[in-house]
Every structure is written in structure tokens, then in C-alpha cells.
Design a protein around this ligand. Structure first.
Ligand code: NMX
Ligand code: MLT
Length: 392
């Protein structure tokens, strides 16, 4: 690659940028979304809060096609997804059934389930594979929830025509008023979590793996493993556990708790961000939804107090770049309030959502350079503390 003198300099890499997790260093372009440090994520130019109440299927169409569907396209897209959600491959089910109920983290089951689906299903065309995986996610998710919980395979037959979230809730065997709230919260959860630019850890990891021309399923399985860490996707689990440990919405006690966590060198989950420098609009959207679906929930009351107090305490430490609430501050509380009582499952919802954005970005990267794809990722690491030496 040759440098041209009239090209603008986007970023000057200094010694101090080394070993900072590539923080702020531009590495490529993204067509599905961008993150404004103050206004948060925009999907194909739309601020996330404008989209929060829309059908998840329409947002997947947006990320894939770079425009919202008209009514006819929306219906056809839903039919296409439903047609792709045919019976789960028997081999995938056997792999999941061979795991011991209750053991391992649900994110491990998800990464493994995706990899097992890939063994049965890979076509080699990343767009086809992405859409097939998206279509199968409701049944894969329900299968993981039920098998891991020791309940066997879903008894209700899959009905993909209901819609993705609706089918998942149906497969779990839920119905009536309780399932309506679950559906309401999950639909918004999926839309809010689908994409967050190209540099978040799970998306970046998935795209790295895909750049070596690995399959969509292998790339996505890697992305799910990247998402599983508590500083990234698993913060939604840790945040609810944190809130449950606080146990009170008394502001003084909440402040004391936050200070004691910091003193113990533990993260204050649900706060801080690598890129954002204001409260995440996805946090505000979920708190607004909580005021509608679970205003009297104890955890939700704690979230509201924490949202006010934690930023003030975190801001006392000048090292912390962003003391404000992030996407994970209320998501676990909402999931818990509508009936998902085991926090360890929460990150699988994040993963389910993110599959749409990561697939769309992998497809875009494969189409680059006239279909040759973005070259294999290969950043430079500078050797340190290893003078050349020879064997005696
Ligand atoms: N609680 C305690 N310490 C924090 C927090 C926080 N919420 N936020 C930042 N810090 C620390 C951070 O660990 C770092 O310490 P050190 O120099 O010892 O490594 C220092 O402040 C500077 O960090 P920043 O530059 O502000 O943030 P960075 O980009 O390194 O990390 C997060 C971003 C999101 C990993 C960090 O804010 C964090 O650990 N937050 C709590 C966990 C969380 O909620 N993660 C979810 C993020 C969203 N997601 O879903 O991915
Ligand atoms: C995300 O949605 O992936 C998180 O906010 C983390 C990030 O963008 O780095």
C-alpha cells in the first residue's frame, strides 16, 4: 500500500497509544452504524432512540440493506426469515443435549450452539449464513434456555411466522399477560443492542476472524466469546447482580456501596464507556421503558438512584473518562422484572441482538474492494524487552 502526500492524516499514532486496546485509532469504515460520543449510536444515520419501538425484523433489514423497508418489503423479509427457520439440525440438538444441565455459562452454550449450527448449515455465502443464523436464533436461544435449565427440548412447536421474539417466548412455553410484557421488553432490547459501530470488542473480534475468510458461523462464535467478558456484554449480568447486592434505594447507602466497590478495586457495572462521553441513550431508553413496565420494581428503584449517584462518585476520579450510565445499567433489571430471573442468561440476549449487526458488517467487509473483501486483519505489535539472542 503506498502513502499519498495529499491524503489527510486521520490520526497520529504516538508511543502513548501503544497498549491502550487500539483506543481511538481508526482502522476502517462502517456502513451500518456510527457512535457519536455524546448522542450515542446511530443505525444507518438514524439516532437509536428513533428506532427503539420498531420491529426488530425491520431493523435487521435496515442494517443489511442500509434503508428501512416499506410495508411490502417488511412482510416479505419476515416471510423470508420464517422460511429459513426450518427445523433445527439434529446434529446441533445432539451437541447441546450432550451438555450437562446447569453447567457452564449460557454464553458458552451460545458460542458452541452457533458453531454446531455452522457444522450442519454453512453455505459459505456470508449473507445467506447470516440470515439463516438470524432466523434460527429464537429456537437456538429457547433450546439453550430449556436444556440448560434441565427441561428438555422445547415442547411447543416452533412458529417462526409469529415473529422472532414472539416465537422465542412461545417456545419457552409462556403465554398470556406475562408473555406480553416479556415480548415488549425483549423487542426493544434487541433493537437497542443490535449494533454499536465497528470497534466494540465483539464486532471487532468477529470481523477479525471473518477477514481470514473463516465462515460466518465460526466468526460469530468468536464474537460471542468476546462478548462474554464482564467488561463487555456480561456487564448486564454483573450489573443486576451488583444491584441485588446493593439491595436498597436509600441514596446514602447506595453511595456508600459504590464507594466501597471502588475501594475494593471492583468495577461499578453499568457505568463508563470506551467511546461515549455522556449517558448512553440506550440507557435512557431502557429506563423510560422501565418506568412503563416495572415502575415499582425494587431493582428498578435502585437503578434510578444509582443513575444519579454513581456518576458523581465516579467523576471524582479524573482517570475515569466517562462516569455516566451505559447500556447495561437497566437492561438486566428489565429482563428480571418481566420474568427472566437468572442473570447469567442476560448476555445471551445481547449476543442474539448483536448477531444482526456483526453479520451485516461482515457482509459489508466481504463486499469491499470489488468483492475481494477487506484484507486479512494484521495490525502491528512492536517488539519489547526481547533483544536478539542466539543459542550457545
Ligand atoms: N468502575 C470502576 N472503574 C472504572 C469504571 C467503572 N465503571 N470505568 C472506568 N474505570 C476505570 C478503568 O478500569 C480504568 O482503570 P485502569 O486505568 O486501572 O485500567 C480507568 O478507569 C480508565 O478507564 P476509561 O478510559 O474511562 O475506560 P475504558 O475505555 O478503559 O473502559 C469500560 C471502558 C466500559 C470497560 C469501563 O468503563 C468499565 O469497566 N465499566 C464497568 C463495566 C461495564 O459496565 N461494562 C459495560 C460496557 C458496555 N458494554 O456493554 O460493552
Ligand atoms: C457495545 O454496545 O458494544 C458497548 O457499548 C461497548 C462498545 O461500544 O465498546
Amino acid at each position: 500500500m503506498s502513502d499519498s502526500e495529499d491524503e489527510p492524516t486521520l490520526f497520529e499514532v504516538k508511543e502513548s497509544h501503544l497498549d491502550t486496546g487500539l483506543r481511538g485509532i481508526p482502522v476502517g469504515t462502517c456502513r451500518t452504524s456510527f457512535v457519536d460520543t455524546i448522542k450515542g449510536v446511530h443505525y444507518v444515520g438514524y439516532p437509536i432512540t428513533d428506532l427503539a419501538e420498531m420491529d426488530p425484523e425491520d431493523i435487521i433489514f435496515l442494517l443489511f440493506e442500509k434503508r428501512l423497508p416499506n410495508r411490502h418489503e417488511s412482510q416479505e423479509f419476515r416471510k423470508d426469515l420464517a422460511a429459513r427457520a426450518e427445523e433445527m439440525p439434529a446434529g446441533t440438538l445432539r451437541v447441546l443435549e450432550s451438555l450437562t444441565p446447569g453447567s457452564g455459562h449460557p454464553m458458552d452454550w451460545l458460542a458452541l450452539g452457533i458453531q454446531a449450527l455452522g457444522i450442519a448449515d454453512t453455505t459459505g455465502d456470508v449473507r445467506e449464513d447470516g440470515l439463516n443464523l438470524i432466523a434460527r436464533m429464537p429456537e437456538l436461544m429457547a433450546t439453550i434456555f430449556l436444556l440448560r435449565g434441565g427441561h428438555g427440548l422445547p415442547e411447543a412447536g416452533s412458529e417462526p411466522g409469529r415473529g422472532m421474539v414472539e416465537n422465542f417466548v412461545h417456545l419457552l412455553g409462556k403465554s398470556g399477560a406475562d408473555s406480553d410484557k416479556m415480548i415488549r421488553v425483549l423487542r426493544t432490547f434487541l433493537v437497542l443492542h443490535m449494533d454499536h459501530g465497528g470497534g466494540n470488542l465483539s464486532t471487532f473480534s468477529g470481523k477479525c476472524v471473518a477477514s481470514g475468510k473463516a465462515s460466518l458461523y465460526a466468526s460469530m462464535s468468536s464474537a460471542m466469546n468476546a462478548l462474554s467478558g464482564p467488561l463487555h456484554g456480561r456487564a448486564n449480568q454483573s450489573c443486576l447482580e451488583f444491584i441485588q447486592r446493593i439491595g436498597t434505594s436509600d441514596p446514602e447507602k447506595v453511595e456508600k456501596f459504590v464507594r466501597s466497590e471502588l475501594a475494593a478495586k471492583r468495577p461499578v457495572y453499568g457505568f463508563g464507556h470506551a467511546v461515549l462521553r455522556a449517558e448512553d441513550p440506550r440507557a435512557a431508553a431502557q429506563i423510560a421503558l422501565g418506568s412503563e413496565v416495572c415502575p415499582d420494581d425494587n431493582n428498578f428503584k435502585i437503578v434510578k438512584v444509582l443513575r444519579e449517584i454513581a456518576p458523581k462518585v465516579l467523576a471524582e476520579n479524573p482517570k475515569i473518562s466517562n462516569p455516566f450510565a451505559n447500556v447495561d445499567v437497566a437492561s438486566g433489571t428489565l429482563l428480571h422484572a418481566v420474568g427472566f430471573h437468572k442473570p447469567e442468561y442476560f448476555t445471551t440476549f445481547f449476543g442474539w441482538a448483536r448477531i444482526a449487526g456483526i453479520s451485516a458488517q461482515i457482509i459489508d467487509e466481504r463486499r469491499a474492494r470489488g468483492g475481494r473483501g477487506v484484507p486479512i486483519y494484521r495490525p502491528k505489535y512492536i517488539g519489547r524487552d526481547q533483544p536478539v539472542q542466539r543459542l550457545e
